[in-house]
Design a protein around this ligand. Sequence first.
Ligand SMILES: *Cc1c(COP(=O)(O)O)cnc(C)c1O
Length: 367
Amino acid sequence: MEGKDALRGLPVYQPGKSLEEVKRELGLSEVVKLASNENPFGCSPQVWEALQEEKFHTPLYPEAEAPQLRAELAQSLGVAPQRLVFGNGSDEIVQMIARAYLDQGDEAIMADVTFPRYKTQTVIEGGVPVEVPLKEGRHNLDRMAAAVTERTRLIWICNPNNPTGTMVSGAELEAFLERLPEHVLVVVDEAYFEYVEDPSYPDSLSLLTRDPRLLVLRTFSKIYGLAAFRIGYGVTSEGIVGELNKVREPFNTNRIAQRAARAALADQEFIQRCQKANREGIEQIQAQLVEWGLSAFPTQGNFLLIDTGRSGDEVYQSLLKQGIIVRAGVAPGYPTYIRVTIGNEEQNRLFLKGLAACLEKPFDERG
Ligand SMILES: *Cc1c(COP(=O)(O)O)cnc(C)c1O
């Protein structure tokens, strides 16, 4: 039986292949997964210590408002606790935003290409996605502002942008907000916030204390290494939190995830080490790409969108056979590109070795 009209033609999300799947299908014992921008260093060891206490609480429902995590996160961000909303991953908050703000026929502006959930959730709610092509891999804010109509309710800005890794600066974001009418909610998705090094990156939390039209999304899935637990958050005005709470599942974030997030948040030394290793990994891969005459978009995240000069799908398949999982096809319109997550030093070396074999480039094992 077919679903509602809005679902016609809607594709099912295709995740990157899992480690287990590739091991099974190809009969490989060693597989490196650099496909979903997960943290190659896992999570803080303090998370597992904290979870030991949780085994006594498994029969109990979680606290719906995540009060302890809320208080600790509010303190660490320097925002009022009632400005926070939690989700079963920030993915769920994307869904809540679309559900709370889009009526049939309402428009949501987003980049082409960007994180695919903005479009999917827009379509599910009967909204109209308005996709504005990237300009040299970056959000084209001029054209996005020009695309605003009376029906526009939402604008999605992915910063840094997945899959290109490129960034909108603070000055650019402020100038953009100034041009927008009152009736538009601007969502800035900062899933890779902790990886960013560029000093011109927006201070979005201070912007949103001045601008009630702004909502900032962050997650514990990326640098915090808690993707398996599913927990992310939004920071916005109290009024918007109130609207999102109307559509939120009462027990949307689970007890274990709340506890894990608190422990992960407390270990900022771990986060700093991961950030530094990521920067070194980008340099390790970039240096080799330059030597081979290949290019990638300048990234502020933990992934690189690389122009292989060949069919991205073929490069993907060749790497897969060598036990290395990356992503192809995440950037329609960029058919020669693959997206690779920055791994640890050894994983990056294996990736480069695999890429060298595929592209017939010289590779120095010791390099
Ligand atoms: C990974 C990612 C998310 C989703 O994170 P979850 O919190 O795991 O749902 C959101 N936005 C972008 C841009 C991402 O890359």
